[in-house]
Write a protein that binds this ligand. Structure first.
Ligand code: ZN
Length: 513
């Protein structure tokens, strides 16, 4: 295929790009660049308006999400509910009339939480006897049957842990309570904290939930053990309980009891669910979009990521319902095992093999279906997740997924932004007409790292991390109109990318997880 497209560089474009570069902040936030209508907006106006009207009137997508949440529910890797969801998802695609519906077999880890509890026993001022609002972290080992009773050492940061002597940590439970610095920073205490504490002799770890909202709700999520360190049990506690332990620890020694049955069982066969609208002229070229079908073992996986798979599915389904026939193939994928392993994303990359150049664009929705603002375009590879901080290094905010320095763009890359701003103009009727640098997702990471242009919706992002990985991630959190706006946006962008003459470009990442 031809990746070298003609382009027009206008003073206005450069000014916009430079303004975008200046606006870009570390992390995921960006105010975005406005749409600039061009030839694509003119060519696809009629089709796009049909899609937008149909998407805003469509109730099938939200109805499917409702069924997934209420009748299948939470679906952690290895669970029977996940495999029920996979079978149901494939049926849904077939009923919608998609082609080449299949389940790509993928082996997934099977982590089992089992029963768990925690209690503050005593403080420096005597008995406390307060149950903890806790959730074991995904992939954690359990405690011995009788549990662990130990004194808590509170640390506000990795640096504070590094400054303690092994004698101060040995045999104790480390509590990380760094405050709230955004998900990028806080999630590092969850992923890397257990092994960092274990390296100093801790027997267990508690982590303040990675959220900005204190509603006595613990947030789980995966940890990543360093194989060189002893594996110690680790749990998230509610913000309130983390703060209480911190206050008590300032008064004197605090004893906590922790009991967790968590353990691993043998890997289970699951799979990536996929279906297509086969392209009329270039069937081998693929615009892929989707989200992840697994969730945590709490709540309903409604925002994370039921909303993502159902909005992307309905976006593709609507193109088919309207009888639109894009030149390239549009593929929907429900990736598996995003939450605790990423096996689905890796298996998809393996399936693509040396045909990676035929993946025209990858659009992942895994940030919830809050009110969308526009498209995040991280088409140029780049870091996706921070590496665990090295000993002595502070936890720092990671760069946005696929973030880029706008000033380093090549001519083709600038043309890609022109394309996206042109397409975004079609989204003006639903108010989602901005393009922001930085976008992508974990499941598409293995292909975007190899140069496939990455896209993701940008939303207001007000409450996603209030619900994320908790019992509260339930259907009622997904506003039907916001869901429809996401669906409408995804559908227009996927259709135009699959049908337009030009292509976006990507850049291979030098960074690997
Ligand atoms: Zn997710």
């Amino acid at each position: 295929m031809n990746r070298f497209m003609s382009f027009v560089t206008t003073a206005a474009l450069l000014a916009t790009l430079q303004a975008g570069a200046q606006m870009q902040l570390p992390g995921e936030q960006s105010s975005g660049m406005p749409a600039v209508p061009g030839p694509l907006a003119a060519k696809y106006k009629t089709d796009a308006d049909r899609i937008l009207t149909a998407a805003m009137a469509d109730n099938d997508g939200y109805a499917a999400l409702t069924y997934l949440c209420d009748h299948i529910g939470k679906r952690v890797s290895g669970s029977p509910q996940l495999n029920t969801a996979i079978e149901w998802g494939a049926e849904l695609m077939k009923k919608a009339g998609l082609q080449n519906v299949k389940v790509q077999p993928v082996m997934v880890p099977h982590w089992v939480r089992g029963s768990e509890s925690g209690e503050i026993l005593t403080s420096g001022k005597g008995a406390v006897k307060k149950p903890l609002h806790m959730l074991g972290l995904g992939m954690s080992v359990g405690t011995p049957k009788e549990g662990i009773t130990a004194q808590v050492v509170f640390v506000p940061s990795f640096q504070a842990l590094d400054e303690l002597t092994p004698e101060q940590v040995k045999g104790k439970i480390v509590l990380f309570n760094p405050g709230w610095h955004g998900y990028g920073v806080n999630s590092q205490y969850r992923t890397a904290g257990p092994s960092r504490a274990a390296s100093k002799g801790a027997v267990a770890v508690l982590v303040r939930s990675a959220t900005g909202l204190a509603m006595q709700t613990p947030h789980t999520g995966t940890l990543r053990y360093d194989e060189k360190q002893p594996k110690v049990p680790a749990a998230a506690v509610s913000v309130e309980d983390a703060l209480m332990i911190e206050r008590l620890a300032a008064e004197g020694p605090v004893q906590v009891h922790l009991q967790m049955d968590a353990h691993m069982e043998a890997d289970v066969k699951a799979g990536n669910v996929m279906g297509e609208i086969v392209g009329s002229e270039h069937p081998e070229q693929v615009v892929v979009l989707g989200g992840h079908i697994d969730s945590w073992d709490v709540g309903q996986g409604a925002q994370d990521d039921g909303s993502g798979i159902m909005a992307t599915f309905e976006a593709v389904s609507l193109i088919h319902k309207l009888g639109l026939k894009p030149k390239r193939t549009i593929r929907i994928v429900f990736w598996v095992n995003e939450e605790n392993g990423g096996a689905g994303g890796r298996a998809y990359r393996e399936m693509i093999g040396d045909k990676i150049g035929d993946q025209v664009a990858a659009f992942e929705m895994d940030g919830g279906a809050e009110k969308p603002l526009g498209i995040g375009y991280g088409g140029f590879g780049g870091p996706r997740r921070p590496a665990p901080p090295a000993p002595g290094a502070p936890a720092v905010a990671p760069p946005a997924r696929g973030a880029l320095d706008m000033t380093t763009l090549s001519a083709e890359e600038k043309q890609s932004f022109v394309y996206m701003q042109d397409i975004a103009a079609l989204l003006k009727p639903i108010g989602t007409d901005t393009v922001s640098p930085g976008g992508g997702g974990s499941d598409i990471g293995p292909i975007t790292a190899d140069g496939v242009p990455a896209l993701s919706p940008r939303t207001v992002g007000l409450h996603y991390f209030d619900w994320h990985h908790t019992e509260a991630d339930t259907l009622d959190k997904v506003d039907p109109d916001d869901f429809k706006r996401n669906t409408a946006m995804l559908s227009v962008v996927a259709y135009v990318l699959a049908d337009m003459d030009g292509r976006l470009v990507g850049r291979k990442s030098t960074f690997r997880e």
